[in-house]
Design a protein. Structure first.
Length: 256
């Protein structure tokens, strides 16, 4: 057996990936000692599971609070079996965690968990990007007032937009601030923009129209292309969306 084949066999047995049922048994490759071969494998399997749980717990502490530690351990093991890390860099390892929660809790009273996880993942990711101040209302007004000048708007490099049917920011805050009151999911939905602000993260709830506008931002967006996303919006909706652009620091630079 080649080294890479042995490494793959260890990975499959330590993470419960589907390949573990089709490959030769790892126990045949272990030298006998004072502990049973199955015990030796179990030690490594538990170590991997605890590392993954710790990684996910650091990124998704509110999800862990919401479901409880035992359930979170089970979710972490399930995630590991589906998405075994192939890199020593675990920074973005939880990227697919929200989608897994969507599948598990769809049509249940916990269907909001996926969006709470998206919010927490955005909070973690945005802090790895550069912090840049947003444009002011005066700068945006000047751009909109002069139709003869072509300008590009630069999207904030740390920007994440989470569009949800649930009051996810209120849920997140109530648990992070230890206000564990039971919340009604009938409360207004919240679309949340997350950006880096200094050494911290800024979260801003934006309108549905504002979310549409921010969603249409590319790395560099012409002002005309941006406004075309709101062709069917009412004037007051457009005004609110432009205020959302400024309040959320979604745009950091105007280039003429």
């Amino acid at each position: 057996m080649q080294l890479h084949e042995l490494q793959q066999l260890c990975l499959s047995r330590f993470t419960d990936t589907p390949e573990s049922t089709t490959r030769a048994d790892l126990e045949d490759r272990i030298v006998s000692g004072p502990r049973s071969k199955s015990t030796c494998i179990a030690v490594y399997r538990n170590n991997v599971a605890e590392i993954v749980k710790g990684t996910l717990s650091n990124v998704f502490p509110t999800v862990q609070q919401l479901v409880g530690d035992a359930c979170f351990s089970s979710l972490a093991r399930r995630y590991l079996s589906i998405h075994a890390s192939l890199s020593g860099d675990l920074q973005s390892y939880g990227q697919a965690f929200a989608a897994m929660l969507d599948e598990i809790y769809v049509s249940t009273e916990y269907a909001f968990l996926g969006d709470v996880a998206r919010l927490e993942f955005a909070l973690d990711e945005c802090l790895c990007a550069e912090s840049q101040p947003g444009i002011t209302g005066e700068q945006l007004h000047a751009v909109l007032s002069d139709a003869t000048v072509e300008v590009l708007l630069h999207r904030n490099p740390s920007l994440h937009l989470i569009e949800s049917r649930y009051p996810i920011l209120d849920i997140w805050r109530s648990h992070r601030e230890a206000r564990f009151e039971r919340m009604s999911l009938d409360q207004p939905s919240q679309n949340v923009v997350v950006v880096r602000s200094g050494s911290d993260a800024q979260m801003t709830v934006v309108s549905r129209t504002g979310a549409r506008l921010i969603r249409s931002l590319s790395e560099q967006t012409a002002i005309d292309d941006l406004l075309s996303a709101l062709d069917d919006a009412e004037p007051d909706e457009i005004a609110a969306a432009l205020r959302d652009i400024v309040a959320s620091n979604a745009v950091t630079e105007v280039v003429y």
